[in-house]
Design a protein around this ligand. Structure first.
Ligand code: NAD
Ligand code: MG
Length: 404
């Protein structure tokens, strides 16, 4: 049996009602001798949070929406569980005393403060929430080093790169300082539902069109981000912090089959990648059980059924938000490879604002890229922003876009 079940991990799962959160609980359900749940959080889904609390029996749960807290408290009054709410409640769950690992499965940069708090409390981190590294990577990476905390990526591409990096000598659990054997990474992308479409065609695409991802089933926000290719832009910024890479070391590769989940090209010319079926349960498992692997997590990859793999350069003309992400990443690294700036914050916050509106049926698909471009060009950059300055830049972006 390759899976030794050596360690008992006690998880605080932030965003347990979402796509990643639910798949994390599936893993807990399968390995109850290895995994326990200490805390769960949701934004407003009282029904599912109640159900999850009854099944997994955490001592602490947070319903972010303060208007729902009383209802959840009443519903759970027969259980020995404390119900908390709001950002204070989220921070309490992120740092829950008996948790050993905090799984950050929140969507959006709402995850920044809980992630920082969890690291400061010495919790291991399993991170799906890319927006947190995009906007506060320059704060998170030094903090991980200061507290001697490991962070494991759940994003499938970054998990693939992390798995490929296990072949190099040295410290294996974190690569934040970069690695001298790495020449560059090949960050794969399916291209989303609108691959091959022109900007003109995309103008009339609806929310329903954009929510049809060809290979992955995910939360709504990241599905829209895949359609605009903003997701790949955010992932480039995420990879920069996770693996200590310069922008020129990150190559986006369009790969419609989503079989190669990303690869590392080493200085000697070797390219090591991770392949598999598109199934988030695998990167979730690897992040949580690292360095072990559990049996039968993802369905088996049948290469004879796949037959062919194809690779193309990204289309930055028709996906302007990806082109802008590359520019933001380059400019941000020019301010200082380790320091960061408020540019990625504005890029991300503008996208969150525009996607939320698009999901409500307001505006055209192409308005998302336009909103990001407007906010980025109007912004006065702060270099090496503090946490307060990161959050202020987010607020500036929302105010700017609402007042446009
Ligand atoms: P989702 O929308 O399905 O779930 C988000 C979770 O966060 C829910 O539990 C929700 O209640 C909670 N939440 C949302 N807004 C909140 C707020 N303001 N305050 C408190 N809680 C809030 O999202 P998801 O698809 O699971 O994605 C989660 C993160 O993982 C995202 O950053 C996404 O980019 C990343 N990711 C997801 C996938 C995937 O397959 N779903 C793959 C790679 C990366
Ligand atoms: Mg991804």
């Amino acid at each position: 049996m390759p899976f030794e079940r050596r360690i008992m991990k006690r998880l605080s799962i932030l965003g347990s009602t979402g796509s990643i959160g639910r798949q994390t609980l599936e893993l807990v359900r399968r390995f109850p001798e290895t995994l326990q749940v200490t805390a769960l959080t949701a934004k407003s889904n009282v029904d599912l949070l109640e159900q999850q609390t009854r099944e997994f029996r955490p001592g602490l749960v947070c319903i972010y929406d303060e208007n729902k807290a009383e209802e959840l408290r009443e519903r759970l009054s027969d259980l020995p569980v404390t119900v908390v709410t709001g950002m204070e409640g989220l921070l309490e769950c992120a740092t829950a005393a008996d948790a050993t690992m905090t799984v950050v499965a929140l969507v959006g940069m709402i995850g920044v403060r809980p992630t920082v708090a969890a690291i400061e409390a010495g919790k291991e981190i399993a991170l799906a929430n890319k927006e947190t590294l995009v906007t506060a990577g320059h704060i998170i990476v030094p903090l991980l080093k200061k507290h001697g905390v490991s962070l494991y990526p759940i994003d499938s591409e970054h998990s693939a790169i992390f798995q490929a990096l296990q072949t190099v000598p040295g410290e294996r659990s974190a690569f934040f300082g970069g690695n001298p054997y790495v020449k560059r990474i090949l960050l794969t992308a399916s291209g989303g539902p609108f691959r091959g479409c022109t900007k003109e065609q995309m103008r009339s695409f609806t929310c329903e069109d954009a929510l049809k991802h060809p290979n992955w089933s995910m939360g709504k926000k990241i599905t829209i981000d895949s359609a605009t290719m903003v997701n790949k832009g955010l992932e480039m910024m995420e990879a920069r912090w996770l693996f200590g890479l310069k922008p020129s070391q990150i190559q986006v590769v369009i790969h419609p089959q989503s079989v190669l989940h990303s690869a590392v090209e080493f200085v000697d010319g070797a390219v090591v990648g991770q392949m598999g079926t598109p199934d988030m349960r695998l990167p979730i498992e690897y992040a949580i059980l690292y360095p072990e692997r559990a049996p039968q997590i993802a369905s088996q990859l049948d290469l004879f059924a796949v037959r062919e793999l194809s690779f193309f350069p990204p289309d930055t003309d028709n996906f302007p938000a990806l082109a802008l992400a590359m520019e933001v990443l380059r400019r941000d690294a020019e301010y200082g490879q380790q320091t960061g700036s408020t540019l990625p914050v504005v890029y991300n916050a503008a996208n969150e604002w525009a996607v939320a509106r698009f999901l409500q049926g307001i505006g055209a698909f192409t308005d998302i890229a336009d909103a990001i471009a407007d906010a980025v060009s109007a912004h006065t950059v702060t270099v090496a922003p503090t946490l307060a300055e990161v959050l202020a830049a987010e607020q500036w972006t929302v105010d700017f876009l609402a007042g446009r």
